[in-house]
Write a protein that binds this ligand. Structure first.
Ligand SMILES: [Zn+2]
Length: 336
């Protein structure tokens, strides 16, 4: 009942806003929208999303489904549309797809959409996996950094784009927010998406994938101003240059490409969801803080997150997506 009333209230607010903006478009800079992503908001969401009630969010289990509902309810409350149909934010994945890894349970990707104003058919996919390891020996694996941090960051990125759209400053190309499931079991959700895309892959301009951006990795102790980028120059020099320029202009994070090296033994380029896009010749950037002592342990908890740093990284991702969405020409895979 409450949910239903809330949705009506949001729908009314949104329609009032658009009526108002038809006549007076509010002039705002991208950085004003980026600044709506704050450490405080990220913290509030992440304490719930990576809290014990989500039971470690293992794919196919109750906690994972609760996490999916949490995201869906946020999008409904914020008046952010689904690309599938009204009020249906789930791309359902049948149990068989998971090769017994979910003990016969189905799961779902959660999707949200901000339609482009000029080139709506060109899609920018911003992804993060929302599943984690579940509960083992009575211990809940909260996965605050992995990948609660990416999940909540892209939720706030979606809200910033929606606010821009409500004020008549929406992106020219479309933004697809893709919360994938099954990553920890073997990149299943992103593979399902690229096997069954909601929009043709040939119209998919880029994938920005976010997996662990809330912590300072063990190799970077004391450095509260960096992020590892992986993949940005593998398929598109244009994307790499754009990403560098956006960071120089707005965020000034130290962009570390150590793990982008083809000879790096960690092979992170092949180890998160962006790879399913890259293998389809779609340019990608993978945002990552590096591993730490709590990686894949029950001690990856929300109070250990560096919220100011996470906000700064999320702003870089928003502003990079903004530039890709609004620039004149489409980013091309110029290194194929
Ligand atoms: Zn992860």
């Amino acid at each position: 009942m409450i949910r239903f009333l809330l949705v009506i209230a949001v729908a009314l607010t949104v329609s009032c806003n658009s009526a108002q903006n038809a006549s007076s478009k509010i002039k705002m800079a991208p950085v004003d929208y980026a600044n709506t992503i704050t450490a405080e908001k990220l913290k509030t969401h992440l304490y719930t999303f990576a809290g014990d009630e989500m039971e470690g969010r293992r794919t196919g289990e109750n906690g994972n489904n609760k996490a999916a509902e949490y995201l869906r309810n946020m999008y409904m409350d914020e008046g952010i549309a689904s690309p599938i149909e009204e009020n249906n934010y789930y791309q359902s994945i049948p149990s068989e797809y998971f090769n017994d890894a979910t003990n016969g349970s189905p799961s779902q990707n959660v999707v949200a959409f901000i339609k482009g104003s000029e080139k709506p058919e060109e899609i920018i996919v911003i992804s993060a996996h929302y599943d984690h390891l579940g509960t083992r020996d009575g211990k809940i694996y909260n996965g605050a950094d992995d990948d609660g941090s990416g999940t909540i960051s892209i939720l706030e990125v979606a809200k910033a784009f929606q606010k821009a759209a409500n004020e008549g400053n929406g992106p020219k190309r479309s933004i697809l927010i893709l919360h994938v499931t099954g990553e920890e079991l073997g990149l299943y959700g992103s593979k399902y998406y690229t096997d069954n895309p909601l929009f043709p892959l040939k119209n998919t301009v880029v994938n920005l994938n976010v997996d662990m951006i809330g912590r300072i990795g063990s190799e970077k102790k004391g450095n509260d101003n960096y992020i590892y980028l992986i993949g940005s120059d593998k398929l598109s020099q244009e994307l790499h240059d754009l990403s560098e320029n956006v960071n120089k202009k707005y965020t000034n994070l130290e962009l570390d490409y150590k793990y982008n090296d083809d000879n790096d033994p960690n092979r992170f380029y092949y180890r998160s969801d962006h790879y399913n896009f890259a293998k389809n010749d779609i340019p990608v950037i993978f945002y990552f803080n590096g591993t730490h002592a709590d990686y894949h342990k029950e001690t990856d908890t929300p109070e250990k997150i560096e919220y100011e740093l996470m906000a700064k990284r999320a702003k870089l991702i928003f502003l990079t997506a903004w530039e890709i969405a609004n620039r004149e020409g489409r980013i091309t895979a110029d290194k194929l």
